[in-house]
Design a protein around this ligand. Structure first.
Ligand SMILES: [Zn+2]
Length: 356
């Protein structure tokens, strides 16, 4: 199985650099797989050339996490298709494409921390020379001291931003090789496959979005489980892991329905009311992408004393976030709260996000 993070990073860096808003951005980051046991997931070090370091142990855990959930994952990805979930050739396609999407998610997340100026922002806010941003502590300078709610909110805002810009790239830029191979194999008469997922139609589009949705579900669960205990303790009644998942899935839904807004003269043009066609696509996303995930993927258990949150709960709040109405989950309220920070945060960060 190809777990070459370095090659994947090069692939995405080349693809992203075609964006003319990135002129003057930092040089291409270097990449290192490190064996340091104190590094739980990944971190960015801001030297002259930014360095992305991913924990070698985390890569092993990631593969194990995929295998543990593989039957659920396969059922979600292949739901409703004429493929046998026990057929080795098909499941190998799913596995390879998913590993590729997971690696893409991690790499793009880190890349957008760099490109969006998150480390610089963190330094400015803390008035200190922080040299690295770790996924474990969300880059907070000193997580052993008293954490302020405001710092944690801002850190999570940066996490959401890195996730969502990364997902947007996965949908809009040319897809990597294993994913293209899998989508070619499942392409049927009423489908249409192109280099970038957003231009695909029919079955390839649905499968492509399922792959990204499932990869996100796997990664958010795993990464959030490694969150620094000081942050988890402070956020006792804020079940943020699924807020992060909710935000990611909402972004995928917006992309599926082409609800992206654009940056015009450096200003983000907010999305307008969905057209009839876009509303139909939103329903399609719920039925074809979200529902198979809801049916097959286990709920997220945040803390032993809290009830698990299901994807059905999250799907309800996705609709409410888009069309208005009372939110049902803490995750939904959390997403809304973080969204309200956008205006203040956008004045400090690079404007890379061009959707609502
Ligand atoms: Zn991050």
């Amino acid at each position: 199985m190809n777990t070459d993070f370095k090659e994947s990073l090069k692939f995405w860096w080349r693809a992203i650099k075609t964006d003319d808003r990135l002129i003057g951005s930092p040089p291409a980051p270097s990449f290192e797989l490190v064996a340091d046991p104190t590094l739980a997931v990944a971190q960015i070090t801001l030297l002259e050339i930014p360095a992305i370091e991913v924990s070698a142990a985390f890569v092993g855990e990631m593969l194990a996490h995929l295998e543990e959930n593989f039957s659920h994952v396969c059922a979600s990805v292949l739901s409703g298709l004429e493929y046998d979930e026990s057929d080795v050739e098909t499941t190998n396609f799913v596995r390879k494409a998913l590993v590729e999407q997971i690696i893409s998610f991690v790499n793009l997340h880190e890349l957008f921390h760099i490109l969006s100026g998150h480390l610089r922002d963190l330094q400015n806010q803390s008035h200190s020379e922080i040299e690295s941003l770790s996924e474990q502590t969300l880059g907070m300078a000193n997580s052993s001291t008293m954490l302020r709610q405001e710092d944690i909110d801002e850190s999570y805002y940066r996490e959401f931003e890195a996730d969502n810009c990364g997902l947007q790239s996965m949908v809009q830029l040319p897809m990597p090789v294993e994913t293209i191979e899998f989508l070619s194999a499942v392409e049927v008469d009423n489908g249409f496959l192109t280099q970038s997922l957003i231009e695909c139609e029919g079955v390839p589009k649905v499968i492509g979005f399922r792959l990204i949705g499932v990869a996100t579900w796997l990664m958010v669960r795993l990464i959030e489980s490694k969150r620094h205990s000081a942050i988890q303790a402070t956020f006792d009644d804020h079940p943020l892991p699924e807020a992060r998942l909710l935000s990611c899935l909402t972004t995928l839904q917006e992309e599926y329905a082409s609800l992206s807004a654009e940056v015009v003269d450096g200003e983000i043009q907010r999305s307008i009311e969905p057209s009839e066609e876009q509303s139909r696509q939103i329903v399609d996303f719920s039925e074809l992408v979200l529902k198979p995930m809801m049916l097959h993927l286990p709920a997220i258990q945040n803390a032993p004393d809290l009830p698990p949150v299901t994807l059905v709960d999250l799907a309800h709040d996705m609709a409410r976030l888009m069309f208005g109405g009372e939110l049902n989950t803490d995750a939904g309220r959390e997403v809304l709260r973080l969204q309200s920070m956008r205006e203040a945060m956008e004045s400090r960060l690079s404007k890379l996000r061009y959707y609502e």
